[in-house]
Write a protein of this length. Structure first.
Length: 163
């Protein structure tokens, strides 16, 4: 799975560069923050890894950014057939912002919004992408897997895999 996640992040990096990005910061924030094979990412990309840092999954965000991507995000806890569904962590039963239930995508978008940075791309299971799209305008979406159960999924064949 580390290979797949690294490939998805690298594809996002390439897309950002094609779109004109010149500086890219990646925050490896799933679980312990040691998921990406950083030696397989472009060398000019800065990477935050590990865990327990300010803004968690949005570590490093500031007003200096033009856009934010959310790669490999999960649906909210208690989402029927959401793959590893959780709301920021498994210990949070439900997270609400302004009375609206949100998952990690919604929380990340709120943090980015605090700094005036739009979230422009979300990838994750189809439920996570749908949940993000209900909160974020003008979103590029890429559901890379369809849930078959809480710990099972069918992955899209469209994801480019390199050997």
């Amino acid at each position: 799975m580390r290979e797949i996640m690294t490939g998805e992040v690298q594809a996002a990096i390439e897309g950002a560069k094609e779109g004109g990005a010149t500086e890219i910061l990646v925050c490896d924030a799933h679980d312990t923050g040691r998921n990406l094979l950083i030696e397989k990412l472009d060398r000019d990309v800065e990477v935050i890894e590990g865990s327990s840092y300010d803004f968690n999954m949005m570590a490093g965000i500031s007003r200096d950014f033009d856009a934010s991507f959310q790669i490999g995000y999960h649906s909210m806890r208690h989402t029927h057939a959401g793959v590893l569904g959780h709301s920021f962590s498994y210990s949070v039963a439900e997270l609400r912002l302004n009375g609206i239930a949100v998952g990690e995508s919604g929380l990340g978008a709120a943090i980015a919004g605090h700094f005036g940075v739009p979230v422009v791309l979300v990838s994750g299971d189809a439920h996570a992408v749908r949940q993000a799209k209900s909160l974020i305008k003008d979103l590029v979406e890429f559901p890379q897997k369809r849930a078959l159960g809480s710990t099972a999924s069918e992955r899209s064949r469209q994801i480019k895999r390199e050997n």
